[in-house]
Design a protein around this ligand. Structure first.
Ligand SMILES: Nc1ncnc2c1ncn2[C@@H]1O[C@H](COP(=O)(O)OP(=O)(O)OP(=O)(O)O)[C@@H](O)[C@H]1O
Length: 452
């Protein structure tokens, strides 16, 4: 009994004691299908008050020894993310679990885009907290991560604009309660996009380090990325879908089909520093420069798994090994490109095509064939008349003023204002309240209760 308790005690997260009726309920995590966790409880009845009290005190003492568990959290809720149910999800599904686990919270419902980022960057008294939690989608996570990373660098005197400086890892862990239209980061780090599961990962104090890529244009810092940096196909899908926000989540499908049919390719050169040692490579083709015509240039710092693509863009990408998987899809026929895209949704190897190259790298640089001086992206549907391409004058045909074909970088769902970028992976810069996707059931019967 003692042995079982030691093994599984970390899954207990609360206890409720009823003095007069002489019983106590112990709350614990129960593993369900598809990486979902649920809150369960077992009730102990006891004929003697003193024995019941002893049990309750012992369990409380044991819980107090688990120092990795958060006691104070700062929570940001985006009330407009996804189906606009962030507040409801937090109040009904998450807050009761935090309360049961004796986690106290300060909750901020955001009033505008970048509210959470700015508050974290400057105002928040971070010493009071053991972690920060966002209730929203990938955009909301990205906002919070930017706020926390920038704050950490500023306090450490690190210049984010300099690629030479080593960034300081963040001290606070980040929790993600999925409530967006795309919850890829949550899905790739927990294995599901279920708010209750994420809340339970937070209260049991899970910790998952994560790499962060910094993206620079010459000497200026642009953004951080933790999941996907995509030029060409994924950049075009995002740019088009941003113009169709009014359509809701259906915009991604419509923009995806439209972008696929347009079959645009882009010219440029990718230079990279391959990972060494035991990081492994997704494929064994070593070279450090690749130029030509590309349908897509993707850098996946995590698998980028999501319900539509259960294995993700790069199934073996590691969350925290200091590398990113650079996937170069060269110009090919529409049919071949379709085959490649379809393999993201099934178990076939999406890299097993002659027009696809993949490298595990620590840093890379992309130079478009036609270097632009500036690119202010105009997202209006009537973009052709906007500012977007005004400065993109073809170098080789200055006289004719023809417009070179350039895409935008999709940086974790945000459009970058520059096409020529340098990317550097910072190993384990942040930590999440997550444990990665559990490969094997810990217990022989994965659906059995975790006995205490
Ligand atoms: N109160 C607010 N009002 C408007 N925008 C907000 C607010 N709070 C946060 N945001 C912004 O909303 C964007 C989308 O939020 P979130 O990621 O939570 O939802 P989403 O439905 O997943 O959206 P996305 O289309 O980015 O996947 C974020 O980039 C964030 O900056």
């Amino acid at each position: 009994m003692i042995l079982i308790m030691q093994v599984t005690f970390y899954l207990v997260f609360g206890i409720m004691w009823h003095f007069h009726l002489c019983f106590s309920a112990v709350f614990y995590v129960e593993r369900m299908r598809q990486h979902c966790w649920r809150c369960s409880n077992v009730t102990f009845h006891c004929s003697e008050h003193s024995m019941c009290l002893l049990w309750v005190q012992t369990i409380r003492e044991q819980l107090a020894l688990l120092t990795n568990r958060p006691k104070n959290l700062l929570v940001y809720i985006n009330p407009y993310g996804g189906k606009q149910r962030g507040k409801q999800i937090y109040d009904h599904k998450v807050a009761p679990i935090f309360s049961r686990a004796s986690v106290s919270t300060d909750v901020i419902v955001t009033e505008r885009a970048n509210h959470a980022r700015d508050h974290l960057k400057t105002e928040a008294d971070l010493k009071k907290y053991d972690g920060v939690v966002c209730v929203g989608g990938d955009g909301m996570f990205s906002e919070m991560m930017h706020g926390l990373v920038s704050r950490t660098q500023r306090e450490a005197g690190v210049d984010e604009n300099s690629m030479e400086e080593t960034l300081m890892p963040c001290g606070l862990r980040i929790g993600i309660i999925p409530a967006g239209s795309t919850d890829c980061i949550c899905y790739a780090t927990v294995g599901s996009n279920d708010p209750v599961t994420s809340a339970l990962h937070i209260v049991v104090g899970d910790s998952q380090p994560m790499d962060v890529c910094s993206v620079h244009n010459e000497d200026s810092f642009l953004r951080y990325s933790v999941s996907l940096l995509g030029y060409g196909f994924y950049g075009d899908v995002l740019t088009d879908s941003e113009r169709k926000r009014w359509m809701g989540p259906a915009r991604y499908d419509i923009s995806g089909v439209k972008t696929f049919l347009s079959h645009r390719y882009y010219e440029g050169t990718v230079s990279f520093l391959p990972a060494e040692g035991d990081s492994g490579t997704p494929r064994d083709k070593m070279q450090c420069r690749s130029g030509g015509k590309f349908l897509a240039i993707n850098a996946a710092s995590m698998s980028c798994a999501c319900p539509r693509s259960p294995k993700g863009l790069s199934p073996s990408a590691h969350l925290a090994d200091g590398t990113t998987d650079l996937i170069l899809v060269r110009k090919c026929s529409r049919l071949n490109f379709l085959c490649h895209l379809l393999r993201h949704t099934n178990k076939e190897d999406q890299f097993d095509h002659s027009f696809v190259e993949v490298y595990r790298v620590k840093q890379f640089r992309f130079t478009p064939r036609y270097q632009e001086c500036d690119s202010e992206v105009d997202l209006r549907e009537s973009g052709a008349t906007g500012k977007r391409f005004l400065s993109q004058i073809c170098r080789e045909h200055r006289a004719c003023g023809c417009m070179p074909s350039q895409s935008n970088w999709n940086c974790d769902g945000e459009i970058l204002p520059h096409t020529a970028i340098q990317v550097l992976v910072h190993s384990q810069l942040i930590k999440l309240f997550a444990r990665g996707i559990e490969e094997q059931p810990v217990f022989e019967d994965p659906y059995a209760q975790c006995a205490i």
